[in-house]
Write a protein of this length. Structure first.
Length: 288
């Protein structure tokens, strides 16, 4: 039993799981970004996806896919990897196989902040690529892929532009990891201990990840909206407080939860697929 606790799963499991989920949910993420940056609220997720397909072509629902994959490869690999590493270190140090929420939360906050920092450049490119075709032709950036986008930002702007929106992204990384990963761990433990579900069954993983997706969407919605607008802004000196103040003034406080349903429709399946794939990687010990 003690040997099973000391299994060190590869650092990249979380990133690989998130990349797999990204392939499934990218069109939903694209529609969510378009809704968050729209000048007029009111459009639904389905109508946005339909509009993209009819006006721009079917494959445009995968605009910015390379940037999304790069973002998960950087952001999610970092936050999941560091979270699992720190959690396992604590378990080994304390000999407590089920750390309390008070331990998991600070671990997740550190992991999420570092993930937000590492993933910020690819996130800037991701937001821009997804929203590019909505801009007038003369304002479009026309990045060929994620790496082309990073190169052009450094060449035509400066390196600091890759870290535009860093503060809300760090906040979002902290909130996302704390709400998503910690909620999953807690929900899974409760389902196993209190409801007596089988910890190895996919139904248990599905139920825990569904709860994690609901909590994460609600907690992260305000920072996600502000972050999206900052990264897509044409004026580089616009900060989070300016955008927040202007948006509340013109659109009301409800703007902070604009796109909650599409966010959940995207983040719910993304969270579910991520943890289902992660559990299968652990089960079959791929790459170990």
């Amino acid at each position: 039993m003690s040997g099973s606790k000391k299994i060190q799963y590869p650092f990249w499991y979380g990133g690989a799981s998130s990349m797999a989920a990204c392939l499934v949910t990218h069109p939903l993420d694209l529609a969510k970004v378009r809704l968050q940056t729209a000048s007029k609220p009111g459009q639904s997720l389905i109508s946005m996806i339909y509009q993209i397909i009819t006006k721009e072509g079917f494959f445009k629902i995968y605009s910015g896919l390379t940037a999304s994959l790069l973002r998960q490869a950087t952001y999610s690999t970092t936050r999941f990897g560091i979270y699992e590493f720190l959690k396992e270190e604590y378990i080994e140090y304390s000999h407590n196989p089920k750390p309390a929420t008070g331990i998991l939360l600070p671990i997740s906050m550190i992991s999420g902040a570092l993930g937000g920092l590492v993933g910020n450049p690819s996130d800037v490119v991701n937001i821009r690529m997804q929203n590019d075709s909505t801009l007038p032709k003369e304002q479009r950036r026309n990045y060929k892929n994620a790496f082309d986008g990073i190169y052009k930002i450094i060449k035509t702007e400066n390196v600091s532009s890759l870290f535009r929106g860093l503060y809300p992204n760090l906040v979002r990384g902290v909130l996302m990891t704390a709400s998503q990963v910690v909620t999953y761990d807690i929900a899974k433990t409760l389902l196993v201990d209190k409801v007596h579900l089988d910890p190895s069954k996919k139904s248990t993983h599905f139920s825990a990840s569904l709860l994690a997706g609901l909590v994460a969407t609600t907690v992260c919605s305000p920072t996600d909206v502000v972050k999206t607008r900052i990264m897509n802004a044409k004026v580089s000196n616009e900060n989070a407080f300016t955008i927040l103040k202007d948006a509340i003034k013109t659109e009301g406080i409800g703007f902070m939860f604009r796109g909650w349903l599409p966010s959940f429709i995207r983040l719910g399946p993304h969270t579910i697929v991520t943890f289902l794939v992660l559990e299968q990687l652990r089960k079959y010990k791929l790459g170990m």
